[in-house]
Design a protein around this ligand. Structure first.
Ligand code: MG
Length: 263
């Protein structure tokens, strides 16, 4: 009986697949071949709750003072309002955004925020603030994870709460109503650049909003611009910035802010 060409080719493919599998698994493979024992991960003591800072975190705000923060404009001491363990945006003239004294590259960040129960306004003018994941200096737009009241408040979806502003809408909307505390848990991977300052690898961000995944390793297209197309500008490390948005709605508050460097 003669073998048809198609049958011959199928047989040849099977033989070559078997050979490839044999090459991947040496005849004398042992369980120990795939065990890794070093380096041993450093021991970190978790916080009392998942929202509390673990032992290797840098606490940026613990309810007592804003010593870790400065004015983003002139680096003078931050002048927002600390009261009853919370940090509230000041919209007083000349105060503006605040940013961390320290600079960060790659990190895990925990932030809690609350829109006041009596919030007014609509769209982008209702509880607007922002967590700028890298504040690359006055004159730059930076990289903003939006803070906004998005509970029954319509706006462009790539500008609602937990959007990467004008680049990526959140996967879902787990926003709580005004007056309730909300959490962001963020993993930020900074962009890298070539020697000629061109982009080597983009920034990536993963965000959990109230424990729900809303940004899944999103690759940013560049800085989050209010007007125009995003672009990258070289930086090595940068402060984290909180926004005092210029709208007229009641200022929102922050608490329990901590960061873990991942360098
Ligand atoms: Mg904002």
């Amino acid at each position: 009986m003669s073998i048809r060409l198609s049958q011959f080719l199928a047989l040849a493919a099977l033989v070559s697949m078997a050979a490839a599998l044999a090459a991947q698994q040496p005849a004398k493979a042992k369980p120990e071949d795939t065990e890794v024992w070093q380096p041993v991960p450093k021991i970190v003591t978790p916080g009392a709750t998942d929202a509390a800072p673990p032992s290797d975190a840098i606490v940026l705000f613990d309810g007592k003072n804003q010593d870790e923060w400065v004015s983003a404009q002139d680096h003078s001491p931050a002048k927002w309002v600390v009261s009853n363990g919370i940090l509230t945006v000041s919209k007083a003239p000349g105060v503006g955004n605040i940013e961390t004294r320290r600079k960060f590259r790659n990190y895990q960040l925990h932030v809690e925020w609350r829109v006041p129960e009596n919030i007014t306004g609509s769209g982008q003018a209702r509880g607007n603030s922002g967590v700028f994941l890298a504040s690359t200096g006055p004159g730059d737009d930076g990289y903003e994870l939006q803070v906004l009241d998005s509970y029954n408040n319509t706006t462009y979806v790539n500008g609602q709460a937990a959007s990467i502003y004008k680049q990526s809408a959140p996967l879902v909307n787990p926003d709580r109503k005004p007056g309730e505390w909300q959490t962001y848990d963020i993993v930020w991977t900074a962009p890298t650049f070539n020697a000629d300052d061109s982009l080597k690898t983009p920034a990536c961000v993963t965000v959990f909003f109230n424990g729900v995944l809303v940004q899944n390793h999103f690759e940013l297209k560049g800085q989050t611009l209010y007007i125009g197309q995003p672009f990258y500008k070289k930086y090595e490390s940068a402060p984290i910035k909180l926004q005092a948005h210029g709208d007229k709605s009641e200022p929102l508050s922050f608490r329990n802010i901590w960061v873990r460097e991942l360098n």
